[in-house]
Design a protein around this ligand. Structure first.
Ligand SMILES: NC(=O)c1ccc[n+]([C@@H]2O[C@H](COP(=O)([O-])OP(=O)(O)OC[C@H]3O[C@@H](n4cnc5c(N)ncnc54)[C@H](OP(=O)(O)O)[C@@H]3O)[C@@H](O)[C@H]2O)c1
Length: 331
């Protein structure tokens, strides 16, 4: 059996259960693309899923949802993409009721349904593109869940995290917020202002009760709605993206996994108005995935923790597309 290099775990536990090993080379099924991964990013769900059985899936598991890479093969039924296309997406469809894929994105090669990816905007590097999918799908869904309307005000708890940095940017850019407030700790206050927040509160100095303004929408990205709810107007929307929400008024918002969201945002990414935010401690090398998890698990990341430098040895691209595609490019 043809094998590839991947990060693997065969039991639940701390990051030490992760081993760099071999995983079977995948074959794209109906509607699936075979992609050579160029960059990936980590999300808290990657370590939460590794720590305990949240989603049903079989061992061994290769973690990782987000990736950007190059299409090198395709299954029957693929219509939108061709070999050589540069794509990005979140490959794990949490909402389809099936087991998650065993093969996540911390591998040289993955398969993904074409509906879950989008063409990578040319002006984005693979690293920038890989940083976006899961977090931006979540950020967009939170606005939808809250019923946010143009001209309203918003308070984003956790403006410097993977989801928060995108929610802050999208608030005005896509949803026409009239005023954006956010929280973070002192070293990141200026950074969150630069993302577009009008007011940034250092949560180590200011308690929610000390904030006089009341907001149309409270968007909590850190699971603190039991405390943060006080900044919402009496009839304001309260959205919490962590499960279970800690305040009875908070509505849980879960991402929709689809390439469509990424396509919808392409013009904003291509114009440079919407920016990918890569944590400055990275990008981390493929060999240092454990270091990347160590950092993400401190819960102090500024934007996204990105992995790059996927090994290319053993699998020259030229040999692969010939082996895995017929003259139509189909398997
Ligand atoms: N429902 C869904 O579909 C969905 C999707 C994605 C993520 N999530 C969940 O949403 C949460 C956030 O995800 P993420 O990717 O944004 O996480 P993340 O990138 O790890 O968030 C880290 C950020 O949180 C900030 N933070 C931590 N404590 C804070 C506090 N008390 N007040 C303000 N900011 C604080 C940190 O800023 P400081 O260093 O300044 O503290 C840091 O910048 C996770 O629990 C994740 O599992 C849910």
């Amino acid at each position: 059996m043809k094998m590839q290099k991947a990060w693997i775990y065969e039991e639940y536990g701390p990051k030490e259960v992760l081993k760099l090993g071999d995983f079977p080379f995948p074959t794209p099924q109906h509607n699936q693309l075979l992609v050579q991964v160029q960059a990936a990013s980590l999300n808290p769900i990657d370590f939460k899923r590794r720590q305990r059985p949240i989603f049903p899936s079989d061992f061994p598991i290769v973690p990782g949802c987000d990736m950007a890479g190059v299409v090198i093969g395709k299954g029957v039924g693929v219509t939108k993409f061709d070999i050589g296309d540069e794509v990005y997406g979140n490959i794990q469809d949490f909402n389809n009721g099936e087991k998650l894929k065993q093969l996540g994105t911390l591998a040289q090669f993955i398969v993904v349904e074409e509906s879950l990816v989008a063409r990578k905007p040319e002006n984005l590097s693979f690293e920038e593109a890989a940083s976006l999918p899961l977090a931006i799908q979540t950020a967009v869904e939170g606005f939808k869940t809250s019923g946010f309307k143009e001209g309203q005000t918003i308070f984003i708890v956790g403006g410097s995290g993977g989801v928060g940095t995108l929610a802050v940017q999208l608030a005005k850019l896509l949803y026409g917020a009239s005023h954006v407030a956010a929280t973070t700790s002192i070293p990141k206050v200026e950074f969150v202002k630069q993302l577009g927040a009008d007011k940034v509160f250092d949560y180590t100095k200011t308690k929610y009760e000390q904030i006089e303004e009341k907001y149309d929408c409270l968007y909590d990205t850190i699971g603190d709605s039991k405390n943060s709810f006080v900044v919402a107007k009496d009839d304001g929307a309260i959205v919490d993206i962590t499960w279970p929400p800690s305040h009875p008024r908070a509505v849980y918002s879960s991402l929709t996994v689809s390439g469509e969201v990424l396509e919808m945002l392409s013009p904003f990414l291509e114009s440079g108005k919407l920016k990918a935010v890569i944590d400055p401690t990275g990008p981390y090398k493929f060999d240092d995935v454990i270091g990347a998890f160590r950092y993400l698990e401190t819960r102090r990341a500024r934007g996204k923790v990105v992995i790059t430098g996927f090994p290319l040895q053993d699998f020259p691209t030229s040999g692969l597309s010939g082996n895995y595609s017929n003259s139509n490019g189909n398997i």
